[in-house]
Design a protein around this ligand. Structure first.
Ligand code: ATP
Ligand code: MG
Length: 343
């Protein structure tokens, strides 16, 4: 069965862009593929972050994913730092990754320009992402469009490593992206990609009041200065969001009422809010239940880490061997995941 790997950073709230662009795909595909889903906490520390809340945010992200339908019976859900082979493989892959390729990554350039001092971890982020995927020798990676460039680099790293250490044989498969229809959701500012780190999001677990408070001031078509000014739905982010939350007849009505100035933007947003609330309420309710059971969530993540670690350890044995590293005379117990007993 082909294998899927994907990840999400606990860098802020799980938002509708993550959900529409990636998480919904994970939930649909988990039944047909061998699926690994990872809360990538080591990625989330590549910029400035609050270390006091990281552990809690990591668990919250797992809760959001479980509430959205990631099923631990179908998919392996785990935390990246619980499987230390991610960091180890990253180092080994660093040795075949061209610096120039890292410097030209769009996400690096975007994020770096907002910082006074750029940590090397931000530059090396795509190498860790390559390690995440290649560690499980995954075939497919369901992601949003913003990650396609990183995935191209993952394929290049896989090719280089295979040429150098596997005599060109495809030890590491070259993973392909799976994009959803909603591959790039725009933020409520109407400009940038909806991003946890930009504060232009609607949270998947937001309450009805929070959804409305965030939608009310959201950017619409600038041509609609007053209620009587006709608009162009295609340039309005609210119209695009209707396409993911409202039934087709409502989407058609929104377009007509916008073009004919029959609705004000607030009317249009109210209808969107109601449909969004209806779609997200069951997810929010499941999350509230899980929040009351943190031990159960930690148990799921612990089981996930064990499953992931077994695959990772096997890959690393072969990688060590092919890269010519001396095997230790006896197993070295070095990581929390490795110390856990086999069931
Ligand atoms: P950050 O701002 O910290 O980078 P993020 O919101 O971009 O956070 P990530 O954890 O980087 O979220 O990405 C998780 C997944 O969600 C990835 O597959 C990514 O491509 C996808 N994704 C993120 N933002 C969007 C968006 N606006 N539209 C569609 N998919 C998205
Ligand atoms: Mg991102």
């Amino acid at each position: 069965m082909p294998r899927i790997f994907s990840g999400i950073q606990p860098s802020g709230e799980l938002h509708i862009g993550n959900w529409l662009g990636a998480v919904k795909n994970w939930v649909n595909l988990q039944h047909s593929y061998d699926t690994l889903i990872c809360v990538v906490d080591l990625h989330a520390i590549s910029g400035k972050y609050d270390h006091q809340s990281l552990a809690q945010r990591t668990r919250e992200m797992a809760i959001g994913l479980l509430a959205a339908g990631v099923d631990p019976e179908q998919a392996t859900l785990f935390v990246q730092s619980h499987v230390p082979e991610h960091s180890e493989l990253q180092w080994l892959l660093n040795t075949v990754t061209p610096l120039g390729e890292l410097e030209r990554m769009t996400q690096f350039k975007d994020k770096a320009q907002r910082l006074e001092s750029v940590p090397a971890g931000l530059l090396n982020y795509p190498v860790l992402m390559a390690a995440d995927i290649l560690l499980y020798r995954a075939d497919l990676v369901p992601v949003g469009e913003d990650q396609v460039q990183h995935l191209e680099l993952t394929r290049e790293i896989a090719r280089k490593w295979n040429t150098e250490f596997a005599r060109g044989e495809a030890f590491f498969p070259e993973p392909q992206p799976i994009l959803s229809e909603a591959k790039r959701i725009t933020g409520l500012d109407g400009q940038a990609k909806m991003s946890k780190s930009l504060g232009n999001t609607i949270g998947l677990l937001d309450s009805p009041e929070e959804i409305w408070q965030k939608l009310r001031p959201a950017k619409t078509d600038p041509a609609r200065v007053t209620r009587r000014d006709p608009g162009t739905p295609e340039v309005c982010n609210i119209y695009h969001l209707h396409q993911y939350f409202s039934p087709p007849e409502t989407v058609a009505l929104v377009a007509e009422n916008c073009r004919g100035a029959k609705w004000g933007c607030l009317d249009c947003k109210r209808v969107l809010a109601d449909n969004m609330i209806a779609a997200l309420t069951p997810i929010r309710e499941r999350a509230l239940e899980l929040q009351a059971e943190p031990d159960r969530v930690d148990q799921i993540l612990g089981d996930g880490a064990l499953t992931a670690h077994r695959i990772a350890a096997q890959t690393m044995r072969e990688v060590h061997d092919r890269m010519g590293l001396l095997s230790p005379a006896r197993p070295v117990l070095s990581s929390p995941a490795q110390r856990d007993p086999e069931p």
